[in-house]
Design a protein around this ligand. Structure first.
Ligand code: FRU
Length: 473
C-alpha cells in the first residue's frame, strides 16, 4: 500500500473547486462507486507519476455528503504479476460487511500484447485493501485481451457482472457472467450485438430504473474513410429489459449520454435514499494534452448527477446537494431580447458559479448563449431553430481547441438551461437533463458577463446566478 494522498491543493488558476481532481498526475475513470458503512466512496484511475496513460492505480476519496471529499490512501497499486501494467477499472461491493473491489488487472508482454485478469481485493476497514488475486484468469475463450471493467451486483441469491469485451473477430460486446460467491465465475451470454465498426465496449454498467433495465457503456469505433482512420469513443445508454435467466437484454437504440467535448467512462451507484447517481470522467481516451499538464496534473471527474427515466430517455439532473455550495444569489429581472440584438447577464463571480435560466422562444428561433467570450478564447451554446440543433462551440487555441463544434439534434423547445461552471469546466443541463453538455475549457481572463444574442425575439425568465464555494463541512 502506498502512502500517497491525492487531493492536496496546488496553485493553478484552472484547479477545480468542486470537482474531484488529482493533486498530480493523470486521473481517468471513476471506479468502485459505492455507499458503504455511512459514507460515499469514489475510487478512480490514477497515474501518480505523470500525465500519461500508464501505471494505473486506484486512488480513493470518501465523503458523507457528496460535496466535501477526504483523500484516503491509494487502494490499489499495480504491483502484482496479474496487474503489473495497471489496476484497471471495476466496481466495489459490500460482501458480508467487507468492502470488496472487483477490477481488471492489465498485463502487457514484450511485444505489446495484452492480457486481462479480473481480480478481487478486500478491505475490512475501507482503508487498507488486500489483494486476493484473479477470479477470472485471462480472457475466456472466444475473446481477445480486451476484456475488462467488471461491474457486478447481487440478485436472486447470485452475483452477476457485466464486462466489456472484444470477440476474436475483433468486434465489441458486453458479456454477462455469474457467480455464487464472487470467486467462481462463469460466462452466461453476450448482451449486445456490436454495431458496425465497433471494436470494443468499455465500462459497462447495468441497473434497474423505474422498472426498466438501463445499460450504460462506452462504444469504441474505428472507420477507414478515404484512406484515413477515424476513431470515436462515445459514452451512451440503452433502455430495455434484462432477462437474467436467459442472459438476454432486449433494448432500444444506443443514445449518447452527453454531447460536450469531455465525457467518458461513467459509473453509477445506488444511494441509501434509492437514487441512482452517475459520475463520469471529464476526459476522453484520445485527446490532446490539457494545459494543466504544465502544473503537473490532468483531468477531473464530473459532478454527480441523479438519473431518472422519462419514456425512452434517461434524464441526468444536477445532484440536489450541490445547492449547499451556493452563496448569495446575484439577482436579475426577466428580460426580452429583441430580434437581432443581444443582452448581457450579470457579471459572474470569480471561481465557480451556477446559472439557471428559463427561455421562451419559438422552436425555430436562432439564439446563442455566450458563456465566455474573449479574443483568444470563447465558449458558447448555439441553438439553430431551422435545423433543430443545439451545439457547443469551443475555441481555445492554448489547449489546441480551434473553433470546435459538437452537438445534437433536438426535436423539442429548449425551455431551461442549468449551467455549472468550475474553474476549467462547464456542465450544461438542458430541460432538466434530457440532454447534457460537459466540457473542459481554460479561461485566461477574469470573470465576464454571459451574453445572449438572438436572431428572433427571446424572453428570459427566472434568471438565477449563484457563486459556488466549498464551506467547511
Ligand atoms: C476507459 C478505460 C477502461 C480501462 C481504463 C484504464 O477509459 O480504457 O476500459 O479499464 O480506462 O485506465
Amino acid at each position: 500500500m502506498l502512502d500517497r494522498t491525492v487531493l492536496d491543493a496546488i496553485e493553478d488558476p484552472w484547479r477545480q473547486s468542486f470537482h474531484l481532481c488529482p493533486a498530480r498526475g493523470l486521473m481517468n475513470d471513476p471506479n468502485g462507486l459505492i455507499f458503504w458503512q455511512g459514507a460515499y466512496h469514489v475510487f478512480y484511475q490514477w497515474n501518480p507519476d505523470g500525465c500519461v496513460h500508464q501505471n494505473k492505480h486506484w486512488a480513493h476519496a470518501r465523503s458523507t455528503d457528496l460535496i466535501h471529499w477526504e483523500s484516503l490512501p491509494v487502494a490499489l497499486a499495480p504491483d502484482a504479476v496479474y496487474d503489473a501494467h495497471g489496476c484497471y477499472s471495476g466496481c466495489a461491493l459490500d460482501f458480508d460487511g467487507a468492502l470488496l473491489l472487483l477490477y481488471s488487472g492489465n498485463v502487457r508482454d514484450e511485444a505489446g500484447g495484452r492480457s486481462s485478469y479480473q481480480c478481487l481485493a478486500r478491505s475490512r476497514d475501507g482503508l487498507h485493501f488486500d489483494k486476493l488475486g484473479p477470479v477470472i484468469d485471462g480472457s475466456p475463450s472466444g475473446y481477445t485481451g480486451h476484456f475488462r471493467d467488471p461491474k457486478a451486483w447481487r440478485e436472486a441469491g447470485n452475483w452477476y457482472a457485466v464486462i466489456g469485451a472484444q470477440r476474436e473477430d475483433l468486434s465489441g460486446t458486453v458479456v454477462l457472467a455469474t457467480s455464487p460467491d464472487l470467486h467462481d465465475w462463469k460466462l452466461i451470454g453476450e448482451l449486445i450485438e456490436p454495431e458496425e465498426s465497433c471494436y470494443m465496449y468499455e465500462c459497462p454498467d447495468l441497473f434497474v430504473l423505474d422498472g426498466c433495465s438501463v445499460m450504460t457503456c462506452c462504444k469504441q469505433t474505428q472507420e477507414v474513410r478515404a484512406g484515413n482512420i477515424y476513431r470515436e469513443d462515445v459514452a451512451g445508454y440503452m433502455i430495455g429489459q434484462m432477462d437474467l435467466g436467459h442472459a438476454r437484454f432486449s433494448h432500444g437504440t444506443f443514445r449518447q449520454l452527453d454531447h460536450g467535448f469531455d465525457f467518458y467512462a461513467p459509473q453509477t451507484l445506488l444511494d441509501p435514499a434509492g437514487r441512482r447517481l452517475l459520475i463520469g470522467w471529464m476526459g476522453l481516451p484520445t485527446q490532446p494534452e490539457t494545459p494543466t499538464v504544465a502544473s503537473g496534473w490532468t483531468h477531473c471527474l464530473t459532478m454527480p448527477r441523479e438519473l431518472t427515466l422519462e419514456g425512452e430517455r434517461l434524464l441526468q439532473r444536477p445532484l440536489r446537494e450541490l445547492k449547499h455550495l451556493r452563496g448569495d444569489e446575484i439577482r436579475m429581472p426577466d428580460v426580452e431580447v429583441e430580434a437581432g440584438t443581444a443582452i448581457s447577464l450579470p457579471q459572474v463571480p470569480e471561481g465557480a458559479w451556477e446559472l439557471d435560466i428559463s427561455i421562451e422562444a419559438s422552436i425555430d428561433a436562432d439564439w446563442v448563449l455566450h458563456i465566455y467570450s474573449g479574443e483568444d478564447q470563447s465558449l458558447s451554446l448555439a441553438y439553430e431553430g431551422g435545423q433543430g440543433r443545439l451545439s457547443l462551440v469551443r475555441h481555445c487555441p492554448a489547449a489546441g481547441q480551434i473553433h470546435e463544434r459538437k452537438g445534437c439534434d433536438i426535436g423539442f423547445r429548449v425551455e431551461r438551461l442549468q449551467l455549472f461552471v468550475d474553474r476549467s469546466s462547464v456542465e450544461i443541463f438542458v430541460n432538466n437533463g434530457i440532454e447534457v453538455f460537459t466540457t473542459r475549457c481554460y479561461p485566461t481572463s477574469g470573470p465576464s458577463s454571459p451574453r445572449l444574442t438572438a436572431a428572433q425575439s427571446v424572453a428570459l425568465h427566472d434568471i438565477h446566478l449563484w457563486p459556488l464555494a466549498q464551506r467547511p463541512a
